[in-house]
Design a protein. Structure first.
Length: 105
C-alpha cells in the first residue's frame, strides 16, 4: 500500500476521435516495457472516462524522482511521447506526490 509522500507519474490524454484502440495499445506496450525495464517503476494503470471515451487518465507509482527522470530520458519514453502526440489532441504529463490517504489504520 502506498504511503504519504509516494511519487506517481500521471497523464491526462484526450485521444483523437476513432484512435482510442490505437492509443490503448500504444500505452499498454509502453507501460509493459516501463514496468519490465525501468528500475523504480510500479504497476501502471490506464482509466477511460465512461462519459467521454476519448478521455483517459494514466498513473503509476515510482520509488524516486531520480527513477522518474531517468525513465523520461530514455529513447523509449521519447518515442512513446511522439507516438502519443500523433494519437492525441491534448496530453498532460505530471509528477505527483501522495498527500492524503483513506482506509489506512
Amino acid at each position: 500500500m502506498p504511503s504519504i509522500g509516494q511519487l506517481f507519474t500521471s497523464g491526462q490524454w484526450l485521444v483523437k476521435e476513432g484512435m482510442e484502440s490505437d492509443f490503448i495499445q500504444a500505452w499498454s506496450d509502453f507501460a509493459r516495457w516501463s514496468s519490465k525495464n525501468q528500475k523504480g517503476a510500479g504497476p501502471a494503470h490506464l482509466l477511460q472516462d465512461q462519459a467521454n471515451p476519448r478521455s483517459f487518465l494514466s498513473f503509476g507509482p515510482w520509488d524516486s524522482e531520480a527513477a522518474i527522470q531517468s525513465w523520461r530520458q530514455t529513447p523509449e519514453f521519447q518515442s512513446f511521447l511522439q507516438k502519443a502526440r500523433g494519437l492525441c489532441d491534448d496530453l498532460q504529463p505530471k509528477t505527483l506526490a501522495l498527500v492524503a490517504l483513506t482506509g489506512q489504520p
